[in-house]
Design a protein around this ligand. Structure first.
Ligand code: ADP
Ligand code: MG
Length: 262
């Protein structure tokens, strides 16, 4: 009778985890003869922890990361220019709290995406939200939504996550219209939400990326006002792994661009 009543209360309050574990905890409580208050405390915190875990799992899925990597698995000895002191400071997530931006610059394979994802995973575990997309995907999204007339609504959805990751800016050039909407995104989020951006191009070449120096300057102005830049100058980790495995052929990599020195 009491159990039935209790179950209904859990149900009405949407305490799903508590409903699943209360009898186990109650049994333990009577064995360990803990106080009523301790028992209640245990149950409530079990529910809070379970809810937090569910939120984290959901938000990790919604972020659409290409892969999940942790900062802790990053080998800073291999890549000393990836300033570990700065990364540790970023890991405190003060930049998210202050809606500041982070830019990773460097050639392919040096860990830009790994670090960007790692920071966003940290943030999600602390209750923030993130959304990942490559510049290529962003460009297609902008173009499709211009055509379908939904661009303004779409831009609004990009304001929502605490962190917006725009990966690989610089591989695909943008026409004036797309560059304009890219500026809108950066401008809308200015001082309201963080952007983590990665690029293989130094800031000096962004005029070419956005096809227009005026727009590039306006984007950089907003993006860099409150920001941290991590400029990684080093060897590709992918090549190191291939070298270790013994099938590294230098001619395959001669054309990989390495112009992010700014
Ligand atoms: P980028 O985005 O700069 O092209 P990635 O971040 O995708 O490079 O790195 C390529 C691969 O190498 C990923 O699997 C990443 O986890 C790994 N990687 C790169 N740098 C390191 C590092 N210093 N320590 C551990 N793994 C690394
Ligand atoms: Mg990358």
């Amino acid at each position: 009778m009491v159990t039935h009543h209790l179950k209904e209360a859990f149900d009405r309050l949407n305490l799903t985890h508590m409903a699943a574990v209360y009898d186990h905890h109650a049994e333990e409580a009577s064995k360990d003869s803990i106080s009523y208050l301790e028992f209640l405390d245990k149950l409530l915190w079990a529910e809070i922890d379970a809810k937090r875990e569910r939120t984290t799992t959901t938000n990790l899925k919604l972020a659409k990361f290409p892969y999940i990597k942790a900062i802790d698995s990053f080998d800073f000895d291999f890549q000393p220019s990836a300033n570990q002191r700065k990364i540790n400071e970023l890991k405190t997530l003060a930049f998210v709290e202050r809606s500041e931006n982070v830019v990773f610059l460097g050639p392919p394979g040096v860990g830009k995406t790994h670090l960007a994802v790692g920071l966003a995973v940290c943030a999600i575990k602390s209750g923030y939200t993130a959304y990942f997309l490559s510049a290529h995907e962003l460009i297609s999204m902008i173009q499709e939504n211009i055509v379908s007339g939904r661009i303004h609504r779409k831009l609004k959805t990009l304001n929502k996550p605490n962190i917006l990751i725009i990966d690989e800016v610089g591989y695909a050039a943008m026409d004036d219209e797309v560059a304009h909407y890219f500026f809108q995104i950066v401008s809308n989020r200015y001082e309201k939400g963080s952007i983590i951006l990665t690029s293989n191009k130094s800031y000096g070449s962004w005029g070419d990326v956005f096809g227009n120096n005026v727009v590039a300057t306006a984007i950089l102005d907003r993006l860099l006002h409150h920001s941290t830049t991590i400029n990684i100058k080093g060897d590709s980790y992918r090549i190191r792994e291939k070298k270790k495995a013994g099938f590294y052929d230098v001619s395959l990599y001669e054309n990989e661009s390495n112009d992010a020195n700014g």
